[in-house]
Unconditional design. Structure first.
Ligand SMILES: [Zn+2]
Length: 377
């Protein structure tokens, strides 16, 4: 019996040893896991992703990162295969933008010699591909001069420099004019506009093709128009009717003399003017087919019912003070001939919607400036 007992203890012994070892290992692993999870949670609390946190820990940068605190760019750097240890502090000082090649591009820009601040400027004025292109060139000057203007575009850098050299205008005007393609000749390399909208911009650098017809083209009743076959977009007509009623209530009368003109109408107008006044006149004063705002169906030439010369009429004065309330803007004024590219036309109003019309009125701004500052970003 005694012998048997000893045997059985001996038999159990090796298992007990293995169990202890496994138990020990498990304890260590559990301890490590708890330690690791605690480290990760210190970082995830600061908005670092799990992937970034893992890389921060494995590259022994936890203390550096905790010292820096939150940084979306640093997070992206630790997630990226392009992470470079020597740029760790730079990453933390560069504002994050959602670009596919962000870290790769930051590395290149730092290598070229740009400061963190200059890199912030570059990243905030271009998309991923324009920044990528920018990293392929040598270090440029005047970044701060042009790019303190928030709507300056990275892609236009060379054009800004060239236009400033040619015109000696201040940077704000240079950026505005170049963004409007005014450094290009009229009608040259113009942008095709295809979508109808209240805020669409058509001028000597932005055109409509033959096929473009405004949305909801409707006939204008002779109650509001001087001719029976005038048409415009319904949204503009509704606004005009509202305006016309209030104008009448003020004891005045306005009438639409011209509204929608098709591409072909503009061809015919060109031919007519050419016949009577010659090509030079047409080049100077008549919008080329596709480049007339009348093709949008949102523009009106307005007349007074009380006098022939609209610019001298009480209606003209009333319109200057009130048209914006109905969503209209006086499009071509003397002081803005440079920007609009058209000489002053006191009768030419454009429907842009009430919100934009009020901004243009309050800030004494052209539709072109509004486009550059708010729409074309
Ligand atoms: Zn007109």
């Amino acid at each position: 019996m005694k012998k048997q007992k000893i045997k059985s203890i001996k038999l159990r012994d090796p298992y007990l040893g293995i169990t202890k070892v496994i138990g020990g290992i498990l304890c260590i692993l559990l301890g490590l896991l708890i330690f690791y999870l605690k480290q990760v949670s210190d970082l995830t609390k600061l908005d670092y992703s799990r992937e970034a946190s893992k890389n921060i820990l494995f590259t022994f940068h936890k203390d550096d990162v905790l010292k820096i605190g939150k940084s979306k760019t640093l997070n992206a750097a630790f997630e990226s295969v392009y992470f470079k240890e020597k740029y760790l502090t730079n990453y933390s000082k560069i504002d994050y933008v959602n670009h596919k090649n962000l870290i790769k591009n930051i590395n290149k820009l730092l290598k070229i010699g740009y400061s963190n601040n200059e890199i912030n400027i570059i990243l905030s004025h271009g998309n991923d591909s324009s920044v990528t292109n920018f990293t392929k060139r040598e270090k440029v000057r005047y970044l701060e001069e042009f790019y303190t203007i928030d709507y300056a575009k990275l892609d236009n850098y060379d054009r800004y420099v060239k236009y400033e050299e040619e015109t000696a205008e201040d940077e704000e005007l240079v950026v505005l004019y170049v963004n409007l393609d005014m450094d290009k000749e009229d009608y040259k390399d113009a942008t095709l506009v295809t979508k109808f909208s209240e805020d669409m911009v058509v001028n000597k650098h932005r055109y409509l093709d033959k096929k473009f017809v405004p949305d909801n083209l409707v006939n204008i009743s002779t109650k509001y128009a001087s001719d029976s076959d005038l048409k415009c977009s319904k949204v503009a007509l509704d606004a005009f009717i509202e305006m016309s009623k209030d104008c009448e209530a003020a004891g005045l009368g306005i009438v639409i003399n011209s509204a929608y003109r098709s591409y072909q109408d503009q061809v015919d107008i060109e031919d007519l003017y050419r016949k009577y006044y010659g090509q030079a006149y047409v080049d100077k004063f008549v919008a080329k087919p596709g480049y007339s705002e009348h093709q949008t169906g949102l523009a009106f030439d307005i007349g007074s019912r009380t006098t022939n010369v609209f610019a001298n009429s009480k209606e003209y004065k009333w319109m200057l003070d009130n048209a914006y309330k109905y969503g209209f803007t006086l499009r071509f004024t003397k002081s803005y001939e440079d920007i609009t590219g058209f000489r002053s036309e006191p009768w030419h109003y454009r429907y842009v919607g009430k919100k934009i019309a009020k901004i243009l009125y309050d800030e004494d701004m052209t539709l072109e400036e509004y486009f550059v500052k708010y729409l074309d970003k």
